[in-house]
Design a protein around this ligand. Structure first.
Ligand code: NAP
Length: 295
């Protein structure tokens, strides 16, 4: 597997001025029809041999047309949700996890994000301009250490690519996957995680459904609370004095707001073991054990 400083890491094979035309193969809705969230699993294909990526990287999709300044729209980045061998194991497909972005403009009119609606409305056979790949910070490392993966919403995409790669390479490292969504029905790829968890030991899927579960204090239950609930099982993987081979790599992806809550939960676990919370979290970051991609 490649690591961030590897000269073979594919980067910027297709810059915004020279995108690759890719074909939409499938567009499946992941959330129920009656969910307020329209999230899609969009599979695209490129001509064999023309594109490469690794798990944890992103690609860009730019909507057609010009912005209000007469310039082309910049590509919007989406994490690849497939292993490098391809969504269809053919080396020429990948999946994106796309939520339709809906917002109110300054006049209160409801609008949709250009890139997300382009992808959410895409039909098989449509051609899209794709850029990338980009990203060297959230890569799946070589070391066979346990993984703690923490996602909210569509931030689950890169972790699907990690898990797919680990499965396809029969990599036995333990994985804890923490997933946050508003409701159980909105837990993306839930059936896949259920199968994955029951297929082998050492795979743990934990969820937090903020609009259906409450804390004893009355607040919403978020992914950091699911993490805290597993403190006893996780500390042997988080303790700074654990064997190198047992020390977990921690990845965080999704909403910006989750970062502080997750770091606090990690700090509290350390404090319960007599460590200084801030110093512990800061060491996690500086040692490269904690990688964060939030928006
Ligand atoms: P969402 O559905 O709005 O939220 C997912 C869950 O996170 C909800 O349960 C939400 O709870 C909860 N949440 C809200 N504030 C939180 C906090 N402070 N701490 C912990 N949990 C919190 O998420 P989304 O719209 O899918 O957004 C996902 C984010 O991931 C976006 O910022 C996106 O840009 C980013 N991302 C996307 C991709 C991709 O490839 N598509 C890749 C990487 C990252 P409540 O709403 O009930 O408060």
């Amino acid at each position: 597997m490649l690591v961030s400083h590897d000269p073979d890491l594919p980067l910027h094979l297709y810059p915004p001025k020279q995108p690759l035309q890719v074909e939409v193969l499938r567009n499946e809705r992941l959330t129920p029809e009656d969910s307020a969230q329209d999230v899609r699993h969009v599979v695209i294909r490129w001509p064999s041999g023309s594109f490469f990526f690794v798990e944890g990287q992103s690609v860009g999709i730019a909507p057609p047309g010009l912005n209000s300044r007469g310039r082309p729209h910049p590509p919007r980045l989406y994490s690849v949700a497939s292993a490098r061998s391809g969504e269809d194991s053919d080396g020429q497909t990948l999946a994106l996890t796309v939520k339709r972005y809906v917002y109110a403009d300054e006049n209160g009119q409801q609008c949709q994000g250009l890139s997300s609606s382009l992808l959410c409305d895409a039909q098989p056979g449509d051609l899209l301009p794709m850029t990338g790949p980009v990203g060297r910070d959230l890569l799946l490392g070589n070391a066979p250490q346990p993984l703690i993966l923490i996602a909210t919403g569509t931030g689950i995409a890169p972790f699907r690519s990690f898990v797919q790669q680990l499965q396809r390479t029969a990599d036995p490292r333990p994985v804890w996957l923490f997933q946050g969504a508003q409701t159980q029905a909105d837990l993306l790829y839930a059936a896949e995680w259920q199968r994955w968890q029951s297929d082998a030991d050492g795979r743990h899927w934990r969820t937090a459904c903020s609009r259906e579960q409450q804390l004893p204090s009355g607040g919403r239950r978020y992914v950091q609370h699911a993490l805290a609930d597993e403190a006893r099982a996780l500390w042997p993987l988080l303790a700074p004095d654990a064997d190198q081979a047992r020390q977990a790599q921690i990845y965080l992806c999704g909403l910006r707001g989750m970062e502080q809550g997750v770091l606090e939960a990690l700090g509290e676990m350390a404090a319960e073991h007599g460590l200084q919370a801030e110093a512990y979290v800061s060491d996690l970051r500086s040692s490269g054990r904690l990688r964060v991609e939030v928006y």
